[in-house]
Design a protein around this ligand. Structure first.
Ligand SMILES: [Fe+2]
Length: 307
């Protein structure tokens, strides 16, 4: 979809619904029929696009769903604004549009749905210390990492962004020599949970992407399953983790998009194409920054990363 493109499909319905299309590109929530006439409107963010023109609390027209499924790979982050409160059940419903759900976590008692992972800065509201231990993709420990991740900030603290970075941008900054070294690395998760090529090809976009969790990689293997295979020791592992981290945050984090959450934000991400991490401030006490409650639902991977 072209940025900011507007398909004024059935404009008459918009008018009848008294949607003030020129003032706001979404329909009021009490006008249930408006969703059939809305179209996605995109504004570029530093990474991904801000999306308006659709109300996720309403049933989505099939052409809108088809567009979203295509665009999530093109833009990598679809950042839906002004969505109000999306229930856990509805978030699961939306996520299922993208594939089968995989919930590899222990459900928190406060979670609104067994398939909703709940992250918080208060352990009575959700799991704490989530996502702060380094750049990662979700489901990095799975044989087939999650394809799509769907986030909804239910309670927004005054600070505590989520940072995202595109693998394409990072890999393009590397020298040929450094890229060649990274291409020879495989990551091994802690307790041997997984072994994946650090750099591989995204099954849909065919672009180079990465599989990693910089906080939980236990070691690397050079040239896995070849006669030149070599496992890294602690010192080399740490040096490689630092090298990768440094490449991500180079030039004063010029490649990083820090999403400052606002009420009603809902993000659909191409999990395999971007790394993310939560800011340490996301764990500041409720008394200082307010309550943070982030709901996350994940789509199962179907393809094992391979060279
Ligand atoms: Fe994460």
């Amino acid at each position: 979809m072209k940025l900011c493109g507007a398909n004024f499909y059935v404009p008459l319905i918009l008018l009848t619904c008294y949607c003030f299309w020129t003032a706001a590109t979404y329909c009021p929530r009490d006008l249930q029929t408006c969703h059939t006439a809305t179209s996605l409107s995109y504004t570029p963010a530093k990474l991904g696009v801000e999306v308006r023109g659709v109300n996720l609390n309403h049933e989505l027209a099939q052409d809108v769903v088809d567009q979203m499924k295509q665009d999530v790979h093109e833009h990598r982050l679809l950042i839906f604004k002004d969505q109000g409160v999306v229930t856990g059940e509805r978030q699961v419903e939306i996520t299922k549009l993208f594939g089968e759900i995989k919930s590899s976590f222990e459900s928190h008692p406060a979670s609104p749905h067994p398939d909703v992972f709940t992250a918080s800065n208060d352990n009575t509201h959700g799991h704490t210390d989530v996502g702060i231990y380094g750049w990662h993709i979700d489901g990095w420990f799975e044989r087939e990492p999650h394809e799509i991740v769907v986030y909804h900030m239910v309670s927004v603290p005054r600070t505590g962004s989520t940072a995202f970075i595109g693998f394409d941008e990072v890999l393009n900054t590397l020298t040929d020599a450094q890229r060649s070294r990274w291409e020879q690395l495989w990551m091994v998760g802690n307790q041997g949970t997984s072994i994946h090529p650090l750099v591989y090809t995204h099954a849909v976009t065919k672009k180079a992407v990465m599989c990693l969790h910089l906080g939980f990689i236990e070691r690397f293997v050079w040239n896995y399953k070849s006669k030149h295979q070599m496992v890294t020791g602690t010192k080399e592992t740490q040096a490689l983790l630092q090298e990768i981290h440094d490449a991500f945050v180079q030039h004063d984090e010029a490649l990083v998009y820090k999403h400052s959450w606002e009420a009603g934000d809902f993000i659909i991400s191409d999990n395999r194409a971007v790394a993310h991490r939560a800011a340490p401030e996301s764990q500041l006490p409720v008394a200082e920054v307010g309550l943070r409650v982030l709901h996350r639902v994940t789509v199962a991977g179907k393809i094992q990363p391979k060279k």
